[in-house]
Write a protein that binds this ligand. Sequence first.
Ligand SMILES: [Ca+2]
Ligand SMILES: [Ca+2]
Length: 252
Amino acid sequence: MRRTIHTNILIITILSLMSSCEDENLNKGFPVPKEGLIAWYPFNGNANDESIFSHHGFVNGAELINDRDGNPESAFSFNGINQRIIIDDHDSLSFENAIFSYSYWVKFSDVINENGSPILCKYKITTNFEYGSYIYQDNTMQFSLLDLNGGCGVQVGHVDDVTDYLSDWHNFIFIADGINGSAIYADGELIDESNANISCVPENGSGDLYFGFGGGWNQQIYFKGQLDDIAFWNRPLTQDEVKKIFKGTGFN
Ligand SMILES: [Ca+2]
Ligand SMILES: [Ca+2]
């Protein structure tokens, strides 16, 4: 009898261990693809880069808030006046031949700043510009590559009207694939693409990378809204990866 009880306890223990392992496996997986990952900001209580490169962000006023799942201090809010996150310039944040991808989650404010609203931008105010993602006064959101030194600049894709995305959090992914063109996805769906050669290839500039801040020549503009889970890759993401990032199913 004693042996039976012991055996039962052992079996129960093994079963519960197995089920807890299964639960863990269900929740496992890295949130974004690791291949080519250059910077990854999940905003877990800070603006640290959790890729292997440690391009940590310096938080300049932006405030930690709940993320889209209600986790505390897991996203950042920007007031549109003087708050931003700054990442020091680094060679790996410039992308040769205009081949790269980035992803972010955003919750827009219903008020677009008079001069527009930059989500992210790598530039130096009166010297050079590399890439950025802006909302303009007409409510379009443009994904740009520019080189103010060389005088070239292209809008390589856009969202027609951000007011279609005003409520709740949304995921936007921009893919630049050099001579093969570019694509933009919103919440896992392709919304704009071009097969044309990206003719403007920015040089490796000296500007920092900003979240919630940017501008054009001699322009400083702040973003009003909320941002989360920003990632950069030095390669084009696949459609399958885009969908998985949006669904949050995880990667090996
Ligand atoms: Ca987060
Ligand atoms: Ca540089």
